[in-house]
Design a protein around this ligand. Structure first.
Ligand code: DP6
Length: 357
């Protein structure tokens, strides 16, 4: 229990309070894969915060005459009631209640929507948990005094308890989560922005190719669990931390070649963990590999520093500096969209995190 995050003297309000926050998705360059309770990462991770792929969440907090035992809430997602969302939210609220005990004094009406297709493989749990956490901390700020630093760290801290990677969606453009010798203020409990970045990485582009929009066959949660018995777990955690150490100076210098090498290795190491766990599984699809091969051929032919990364699914994130936007759009349209479900992709860019909307 982290005493410093327990809300103090937060007396309930008399009137309803409504707040709206949006949070983006993020894409990890160094991957988080493996955790211990309560949602603590086995290695440090690093991600680009995105800007167009966002979840927008409104919460109306209506005071209750008699406090309930757990958090009472309703959830409308894109205009529809979603009973399937309740278990994850119930677990989330149970996890955060010790830190925000005042929540039992309210009925929460949560309404939420994404600017990208749900279950498209774009990390909707990251953006949705970060947006919800921002609403909850906004209420807390009405009840007790919180500095800006306390607020942003608490949002990240609560978001982490909903979904690990969500803690990295709060700020941008680059976020680190997990203690690491090279990042003095890094923590396992919340994510922090990485400063001292070459300007080229502050407006990097990420086009997300939607290869397979179906529900994931193996959830990230199960994938993380399989790292407990994994034969290569310790090597993987050490390698991820080493990749992060290598990446920091590369991000400062703007060295594309070195950046590409680490980012692509990280994506393939993540999927190698899936293929070598017990039970083993493969989330890449034949079209994932076709896209990767096309990116490699295009990079060789043009010397444009474009690379790919993957999260826990078949979709491919195509990463490139903004100055090559026109060439990349043409390449993606002409060569890569044929591998996407209904030729769908989401053009995104690096962004700055949560905001009120
Ligand atoms: C492959 O954050 O979705 O995207 O903590 O169980 O909610 P939970 O898992 P989640 O895992 C993300 C895994 C990843 C890599 C990453 O984002 O670092």
């Amino acid at each position: 229990m982290e005493q410093r995050f327990v809300a103090k003297n937060a007396l309930p309000l008399k009137d309803s309070f409504t707040t709206r926050w949006q949070a983006p998705s993020n894409i990890a360059l160094v991957k988080y894969w493996g955790k211990t309770a309560p949602q603590l990462p086995k290695n440090a991770s690093l991600s680009f915060t995105l800007s167009n792929a966002v979840t927008q969440t409104q919460v109306e907090f209506a005071p209750l005459e008699n406090p309930s035992k757990s958090v009472s809430f309703t959830i409308l997602f894109e205009g529809e009631e979603k009973p399937s969302f309740r278990p994850k939210l119930e677990t989330f609220f149970a996890n955060i209640l010790p830190y925000q005990p005042f929540l039992t004094h309210y009925q929460l009406a949560i309404t939420s929507q994404n600017t990208f297709p749900h279950s498209s493989g774009i990390a909707s749990s990251a953006s949705s948990m970060a947006a919800l956490a921002a609403c909850l901390v906004d209420l807390e700020a009405q009840l007790s005094s919180l500095t800006e630093e306390n607020k942003i760290n608490k949002i990240s801290f609560l978001a982490r308890l909903g979904s690990g990677s969500a803690c990295r969606s709060t700020q941008g453009p680059l976020m680190a989560w997990g203690t690491h010798t090279a990042i003095a203020n890094a923590s396992d409990l919340w994510a922090v922005p990485v400063s001292d970045i070459h300007p080229v990485f502050t407006d990097y582009c990420d086009t997300i190719l939607l290869i397979d929009k179906g529900q994931k066959k193996v959830s990230s949660t199960l994938g993380h669990k399989l790292m407990h018995q994994h034969p290569y777990a310790e090597q993987r955690f050490a390698k991820a931390n080493a990749h992060l150490s290598e990446l920091l100076p590369i991000l400062q210098q703007g060295n594309f070649e070195a950046f590409i090498s680490i980012v692509e290795k990280e994506a393939l190491h993540l999927h190698a963990m899936m293929m070598t766990s017990d039970p083993y599984f493969i989330l890449m699809q034949p079209n994932t590999l076709s896209v990767i091969n096309n990116i490699w051929a295009f990079r060789k032919e043009t010397s444009i520093p474009v690379c790919f990364t993957l999260d826990a699914g078949a979709n491919v994130h195509v990463l490139y500096p903004n100055e090559f936007d026109a060439q990349l759009k043409q390449f993606i349209e002409g060569e890569l969209l044929q591998y996407c479900e209904n030729r769908q992709c989401v053009h995104d860019k690096v962004g700055t995190g949560i905001k009120k909307y």
